[in-house]
Every structure is written in C-alpha cells, then in structure tokens.
Design a protein around this ligand. Sequence first.
Ligand SMILES: Nc1ncnc2c1ncn2[C@@H]1O[C@H](COP(=O)(O)OP(=O)(O)OP(=O)(O)O)[C@@H](O)[C@H]1O
Ligand SMILES: [Mg+2]
Length: 564
Amino acid sequence: MDPLPRLGIDFGTSHTVAVCQWRDSAAQPLLFDASPLLPSAVLADGQRRLLVGRDAQRGARSDPAGFEPYPKRRVDEGTILLGGTEFDVADVIAAVLRRCTGEAARVAGRPAAEVVLTHPAAWGPRRREVLTRAAARAGIDDPVLVAEPVAAAIYFTTVLGVRVPPGAAAVVYDLGAGTFDVAVVRREGGSGWSVLASDGFDDVGGVEFDALIVDGLRDRFRDRDPDVWERLTNPRTAADVRARATLWEEARAAKEQLSRNSTAGVHVPLYEADVHVTREEFEHVAAPLIRRTVTMTASTLARSGVRPGEAAGLFLVGGSTRIPQIATQLHRRLGIAPTVIEQPELVVAQGAVSSAGPAPSTVEIPEPDTEPLAPPPQLAISTPPVPPPAPAPRRRRAWLAAAAAVLVVAAGAVVYLVVNGDSRPPLTALGQQNEKVFESRKLADFARPWLNDVNECKQLPPDTYGGKATEYVACDTPNWQVQFRAHDDQEERDKSRLDRQHTWGGTPQSFTGAHPESGRRIDYLYYTSRVIYWDDDDSTIVGDLTSATLNAEQLAEIWTRYVM
Ligand SMILES: Nc1ncnc2c1ncn2[C@@H]1O[C@H](COP(=O)(O)OP(=O)(O)OP(=O)(O)O)[C@@H](O)[C@H]1O
Ligand SMILES: [Mg+2]
C-alpha cells in the first residue's frame, strides 16, 4: 500500500499552493487545471455552494456579485457577503483548503496523514484561529501551523541546499499578491529556526502594482470620456463589472510581462482601445512602493542585530519578486546578492511540507489583529509615500521572537559534510548546472563558491578576452557579474595582474582566504564599473567581479562573502 502523504498548503491572497510529500520521495506540487497555482478565488452559486479556483473565476463572468478573488484579505471580517448570501469567513477559506485536501486524496488514494498550513509571520492568534477553524471545517484535524518565512527558509536550506550554518541568519523577503512580509530567521543548532525580527505591510503586494498600471490608464483615458471611466470604477451593470474585471486582469498581465519585456500591450475595455506601457514608466511609479519594502527590510535587519555582511542569504519569495527592480534595489541597499528562483510562488508550500516536527514556538509581542486588511483593489490607489525610518502607522507589527523549534533535518548538507569532510555548501540544481559549464575542473573548483547564487554561467570564446586565456566563463546576477579565466601559465596570469595595476591604476594586496584562492586582489575602476580582480598565487586562474551599480564597499562585501 502507498505510504500516507504529508500535505503542505500555502493559502495565499491570489494563489494557493499545495505540495504533497510521499515518504522517501521528492515533494510534488498538486496540479489544479494543469497548474500548481490554484487561484484562491471563491464564487457562491445560487444554492449556497462555493466554487473555488478557475471555476470561480469563470463563473464570475456571468455572476460577478457572488465572487471574492482574494478571501485571505478578508480574514478579519467575521462574515462575507457573496451574491446576497452571508458566509462565515472560515467557511470561505475552508472551501479553498478542501479543494487541496480533496485533490491530494484523489492523487494519493487516501487523505493526507498530516497537513501543514502556513500563515504570514505577523498573523496573531485571532487570524491563526480563523485558519484553524477553516481547517477543521475542511476536515483537517490538528493542522501544523508554520510561519511563511520559516517555511521559506526551510525550503532554501534543506531543499535547495543553500548553506546557512547554525547560528547564522538569513533574510526572507516575501512579496506576494496581497501582502509584504520580511523576516530575519536564524538557524538554531542545525535543526531549528527562530524568527529574530519580522515586519510587513498589509497593503503592499502585487495588487497594488496592478493598481499603479490602472492609475496610469485612468490618467490617459478619463478625460476622453469621464462617464466611461466612472463605469470602470463604479460599475452599474453586470457588463460594467465584467469590463472592470477585464481592466484589472489586463493590468496584472501587463505588469507581469514588463518583468520580462520592455513594453506590454494593454486592452482598455469600454473605450475599446489598445495602448502600450513601458517598463520605464512602470518602474518610475513602482519605485517608491518597492523602496518602502526595501527600507523595511533594512530596518528589520538592523533590529534583528544581524549586520548585512553577516547574513547568510537573502531569499526572495512570492510572485511579485519577479519584478527585476526589487532584486536591484535590495542588492544596492543591503549589499547582499538576493537568491532568486524560477518559481517563487511555490517556495512556502514546498518548505512547509519539508518541515518536520512540531509547529514553531515563537514568542510574540502580543498585539491583537485589530487592524483591518486593505480593501480589495476596486479603489484605485495613489502612490504611497516613502515612510520615515521610524515605525510607520500602517505597519502591521514589529516583534521580536525567540527560540522557534521547527525540527528540520538538513539531510543533503549533513551527508555532504560527513562524506566529503568539506564545509562548502552542496551545489543546488542550478549550481550543478553551472558547474557543468566549465571544462577545466580546476577553474570550476575556483568558481564553485559562487555557482549556487548566479544565473546561468556561460562559456565565452577565450579569444574575446584581451589577453591570452584558455577558458573564459561569465556568470551574472542582476547587479554584478563574475568572470573566471584560466591561462596557459603563470606568466600569462601575471600579465593579467599587471594590466590591472598599470593600465587601470589598481593597488595589489595579498589575502589569505579560507579557500585555496588565497593570492592577490586588485580593486580598480574600469571606466564606470567597479572591479575586483583576484587570483590564486599557486595557479594560472583568475576572477573578476564587476558591477556598474554597486559602490566599492558593497562590491568588496560580496567578494569577501564568496572568497574569504
Ligand atoms: N512576472 C511577474 N512580474 C511581476 N509580478 C508577478 C509576476 N508573476 C507573478 N506576479 C505577481 O505575483 C503575485 C502572486 O504571487 P503569489 O502567488 O506568491 O502571491 P500570494 O501567495 O497569493 O499572495 P500573499 O503571499 O500576499 O498572500 C500576483 O500579484 C502576480 O501578479
Ligand atoms: Mg504567499
């Protein structure tokens, strides 16, 4: 008989993700209509039944009054009115959870033996109680509750193999659809995690970025025909409601496209016009909102007592972290290279199912969840101001927590340490892929500390390097690039060194690092880019770390992290 599955559910504002763990096998996200992202949307039909996910979204086209796209944002409202019927908010959330447990049971052939539910770190007892009540109504007895940043940290360390040694801390930056959450988490004795500090905004998420696009369209279109814009803002008929939904859907899709392309087309319903928005325009209006989250990240880190140079990682979680400017601003402000992954929406549920043992016992400053959540996005928002460094009134909570006890076995890391006697982090899937790009093992070994944290490494033709190289590999992140070169012999290597000294005016200094790369380092300015050159005294290989955006200090901090 199949072993019983463990199920992790991340009930999110726009999406819910459920991941199944069968004993001794890799965790797998459940698919809903072929996608791991189940829309958290709910629709009440005429018979008091609740449809969930894409069924709800489809049904909303003909029956918009019974539709709630973001039930998580309404967790504080005891009841929700859907299509003229009042529902207990726990029943609405239960409908979403039931869809997950039902699908897990269908796939596994039996109900999950254990269910782990995640929640924002800032949710107090009252909101957690709503979640537990919803779980009970969905037939989930005794769910294990785990804070979202803790689940995320578990995923990055135990599943991806990012090394956070015991006693070290990492920053989790989670920007989803409805909320922003930041937490500094510390690894305790190799097996548990504590939340040192956390904070968040209830009113900053992907939906607010969509609103910025809608604001821009309003400025372009309202004067053409104010009555039409009024219908898109305060719909009078079912057709208007559908048009408004289309407008917001178009805005969201354009915003997402702008993370990949420099322009995106938007169809504006009722005006029946097609326009373009550029990434530059979007970045201009989005920058203050992003800055608020980055400022909060910096202040949360400061409050945790961990200095940026000491943080073992900055993990980006949630679909909105795909906006390129987020990684750029974070890197610039903190000097920590963010760890970005392909599907940041799945991190929390994957981490939840990978956690083991009891729920984290966090010590919280008891602050009741009395503040209402932000309203759904019907109301166009204006650009929020940059908050002062002191706690802003909309901040949800700033609490210090101690001694969480999520028992996690970092199986991969433990095996690696014992078998290899090597304290370096195991390579993640990306790291392994990057390692394969190298032809020379020696060059790959020199580059190894960097390989988990850079985007795809690429071989460059060795003759495109100014001097004579035998192999030339470049790896990028949004803010810095690192290049590794092998030369024929040490004489060739020295030419490279002297060129930095004489042509570019750098001063060489010796260093003795923890790794075999001990050797010479030369910092210099290459036109407008900062560069750190280093080599290994005993070898014929060198590295160049370059950035057009970071200052000398920030670049040095990155270099030190990987080489020393
Ligand atoms: N390429 C992209 N660029 C910008 N934003 C994106 C991109 N892809 C997805 N998003 C945004 O990510 C958000 C969804 O992310 P996610 O599923 O992590 O949120 P959630 O878990 O539902 O919300 P929360 O964690 O706030 O409760 C949406 O607002 C979506 O528009
Ligand atoms: Mg989320």
